[in-house]
Ligand binder design. Structure first.
Ligand SMILES: *Cc1c(COP(=O)(O)O)cnc(C)c1O
Length: 353
């Protein structure tokens, strides 16, 4: 791959004692263009602003797709490895198909990410839970005004050293089950990682934060009764003697962390089912003393405990520090695998060479 290295690295400007999420961007980025019906060769160049026509279709009609994954530094050998990059590459194909974007070869995406992370591996933090976050984004660059798929695109991939998304949160999250707004309707784009799914959440998010909530728990768009997901996290509940997560009905994002949690739960011998789950069922389980735990799962936040969920005028409450809680166990297992401290039974970690 063609590489144009930076003259002077900005690495020394990073405050690794106080990383935040998305405050810093590493030295280099991948760029690759689609025109005349084909993707060109990717190359690596210094991270910089890009030139874009004011008429670029992505800016007006949101023909874009993005991804998010992480690379971790091994606690023992200090080597940097990617977590399940193949799953994110596969999801790019799914998202692109929904958005009428010609999907680049998954091998091109994976190889580009490996080369980029290899080149900027010194940027990967070494503290447990911190990571080098990788952000691929595809945008329609063709200047035009008609609402139709573009004929020109650009793939950009850059990285950012990050701490955990909710690292600053002092206590389990307080969610508002959203009864008015909808994130994604049936037949919409909920399962694709595309910009419009996030812009529609800004106003509801803003309002709920003003009301003292940490995040929104999205409910189904038709009846506002069934659990979907929370922010950029898939949801898990422990009720009775099993774990339930909403099934992938097309309105929620099929998370790589969700998939990993389901695999780890199976390894632990815990029964987990993917199915529709109503707020009524959760309140009934609470009344019967059978509702034990809720947590969110996503790349940015790993797994985070939920303390309380407001629905109508009632709260679902999840007691902290229960001995049977799965969230802390899953957290330790996932981070243990990601930092090379635990055996990687499912070959999730991918070396850079
Ligand atoms: C990215 C994302 C998730 C989590 O997916 P991961 O692959 O685990 O990071 C969940 N919900 C939404 C809406 C997302 O954008």
């Amino acid at each position: 791959m063609k590489i144009k290295p930076v003259k002077n690295s900005r690495l020394a400007e990073v405050d690794y004692t106080n990383l935040g999420f998305g405050d810093y961007f590493s030295d280099h980025m991948v760029t690759c263009e689609f025109s005349d019906g084909a993707w060109g060769e990717p190359s690596i160049v210094p991270f910089s602003s890009i030139e874009l026509s004011p008429a670029a279709l992505a800016l007006h009609y949101g023909q874009t797709v993005f991804e998010g994954l992480k690379a971790f530094r091994g606690t023992v050998d200090h080597k940097v490895r990617l977590f399940r990059v193949d799953r994110n590459a596969a999801r790019i194909t799914v998202s692109c198909t929904r958005l009428c974007i010609p999907a680049p070869d998954e091998s091109l995406v994976i190889e580009s990410i490996k080369q980029l992370v290899m080149l900027d591996q010194d940027w990967a933090p070494s503290r447990r839970g911190e990571a080098l976050y990788v952000r691929p984004v595809l945008i329609a660059t063709e200047p035009h005004l008609a609402v139709r798929p573009a004929s020109q695109y650009r793939l950009l991939i850059f990285t950012s050293p990050v701490c955990e998304y909710f690292a600053q949160a002092k206590s389990p999250l307080y969610l508002k089950a959203e009864e008015r707004y909808t994130r994604a309707p049936h037949g919409g784009t909920g399962y694709a990682k595309t910009a419009s799914n996030y812009s529609v959440t800004l106003r509801p998010m803003n309002d709920s934060v003003e009301d003292g909530f940490d995040q929104i728990l999205w409910l189904d768009g038709q009846e506002h009764r069934y659990v979907e997901e929370a922010g950029q996290m898939n949801m898990f509940f422990r009720l009775g003697d099993s774990v339930v997560t909403p099934d992938l009905s097309g309105t929620i994002l099929p998370g790589v962390t969700r998939e990993s949690v389901l695999t780890l739960l199976a390894d632990m011998g815990v029964t987990a089912t993917e199915r529709r789950l109503s707020m009524d069922e959760l309140f009934q389980a609470q009344n019967e003393g059978e509702l034990y735990e809720a947590f969110g799962a996503g790349t940015a936040s790993v797994v985070v405990p939920i303390g309380r969920i407001r629905y109508q005028d009632d709260d679902l409450c999840f007691p902290e520090d229960q001995p049977g809680n799965l969230c802390p166990k899953l957290y330790d297992m996932i981070l243990g695998i990601q930092h090379g401290e635990l055996e990687d039974r499912h070959s999730w970690m991918i070396a850079l060479e």
